[in-house]
Design a protein. Structure first.
Length: 310
C-alpha cells in the first residue's frame, strides 16, 4: 500500500513539473507574439514614412541593432565567459548556415511583397509552420497527435481566411513560398543551437552575421538609402529592433523550456491577428470586420489547443 501511494505521489509530482514546464514555454511564446506584433507595427510605420529607408536597409539595421542590444544583457546575466562559446565544431557551422540563410530569406521575403496582392505572399510565408513541424518531429522527436495538428491547422486556416482574395499568382509570390520553407528550416536550426548555447549569445553572433551578409549582398542600395539621414531617422528602427529582439529572445527561451518548434512557429504566425485587433479597436479600421474577427477567433482557438495539450 505504501509503495502504491509513493508511486502515485511520484507520478503526480512528475505531472505537475511537466505542466509547469509546458506553461512556461507557452507563456514565453505568447510574450513573443505580442513583441512581434509591436515590431511589425513599428516596421510598417517606418517603411510608410515620408522619407523611408529602403526595405533592405531597414532589415539590415534592425538585425544589427538587435545584436547590439544583447551586449548589456550579456554582462548583466554574467554570460561573458560564454561569449566565444559558438566557436566549436558542433555550433559554428550551424550559425554560419543560419546567418547566410537569414540574409538570403530576408531578400526573398521582401521580394515576395513586391506584388499586386500581398495576401498570397502572407499565406505562403506562414507555411513555415508546416515545414518546422515536419522537421521538428524528425530531428527533435516532437509530439505527433491529432490535437497538435488541429491547433496548427486552425491557425493556418485563420491566416488563409483573413488573407484570401482573388487568386492571381505572380512570379514574386513564389519567393514567399521559398521564404516560408527557409524560415521553417531556420526555426529548427534556431532550436538546435539554443539547446547548446544561451539565447543572448546566439542572438548577438547570428544577427551580427546576418547584418553583415545583408550589407554585402545589397551594399549599394543600403548606402544610397542611408545617405543624408540624420540620427532621428534611426529611432523608429531602434524601436522596431527592440520589439524584434524581445520576440526572438522570448521565442528562443520558449525552446529552452521544451517548446516544440512547430507549435511555437504556428503561434508566432498568429501575430497578424493582434495587428488586426489593434487596427480595429485603436485605429478604428472597420473594413471586413466580420471576416477578420471570425478569423482571429479561429486563431485564438488554435493557440489554446497548442498551448494546453501535449
Amino acid at each position: 500500500m505504501y509503495g502504491f501511494w509513493e508511486c502515485g505521489m511520484v507520478e503526480l509530482k512528475y505531472n505537475i513539473l511537466a505542466l509547469n514546464k509546458q506553461m512556461t514555454w507557452f507563456i514565453f511564446s505568447i510574450l513573443s507574439v505580442f513583441a512581434l506584433a509591436v515590431a511589425e507595427l513599428t516596421q510598417q510605420h517606418l517603411l510608410n514614412s515620408k522619407n523611408p529607408f529602403s526595405a533592405r536597409a531597414s532589415a539590415v539595421f534592425t538585425f544589427l541593432f538587435q545584436s547590439i542590444l544583447t551586449i548589456p544583457f550579456i554582462f548583466i546575466f554574467d554570460l561573458s565567459d560564454q561569449f566565444f562559446s559558438i566557436f566549436n565544431i558542433a555550433i559554428f557551422p550551424k550559425i554560419l548556415l543560419v546567418s547566410f540563410l537569414g540574409s538570403l530569406v530576408m531578400i526573398l521575403y521582401l521580394k515576395s511583397f513586391k506584388v499586386k496582392n500581398i495576401s498570397i505572399s502572407t499565406i505562403f510565408v506562414s507555411l513555415s509552420a508546416v515545414v518546422s513541424t515536419f522537421f521538428g518531429i524528425i530531428f527533435f522527436s516532437e509530439s505527433v497527435n491529432y490535437l497538435k495538428f488541429i491547433g496548427i491547422g486552425l491557425v493556418l486556416s485563420a491566416i488563409i481566411a483573413v488573407n484570401y482574395k482573388n487568386i492571381l499568382l505572380e512570379k514574386n509570390h513564389f519567393c514567399g513560398l521559398v521564404a516560408g520553407i527557409i524560415f521553417g528550416i531556420l526555426y529548427v536550426l534556431d532550436k538546435s543551437i539554443v539547446s547548446n548555447i544561451h539565447p543572448l549569445i546566439y542572438i548577438f553572433w547570428s544577427f551580427l552575421m546576418i547584418a553583415v551578409w545583408g550589407f554585402i549582398m545589397g551594399r549599394n542600395k543600403i548606402i544610397n538609402s542611408i545617405r543624408g539621414k540624420d540620427f532621428s531617422a534611426y529611432k523608429p528602427i531602434m524601436i522596431s529592433a527592440i520589439g524584434y529582439f524581445l520576440y526572438n529572445f522570448f521565442t528562443f527561451t520558449a525552446y529552452t523550456f521544451g517548446g516544440e518548434v512547430g507549435r511555437i512557429d504556428a503561434i508566432n504566425n498568429s501575430q497578424i491577428f493582434l495587428i488586426i485587433l489593434f487596427e480595429f479597436f485603436v485605429l478604428k479600421q472597420t473594413k471586413g470586420t466580420t471576416r477578420k474577427l471570425l478569423s482571429a477567433g479561429l486563431a485564438i482557438a488554435g493557440i489554446f489547443i497548442l498551448g494546453f495539450t501535449r
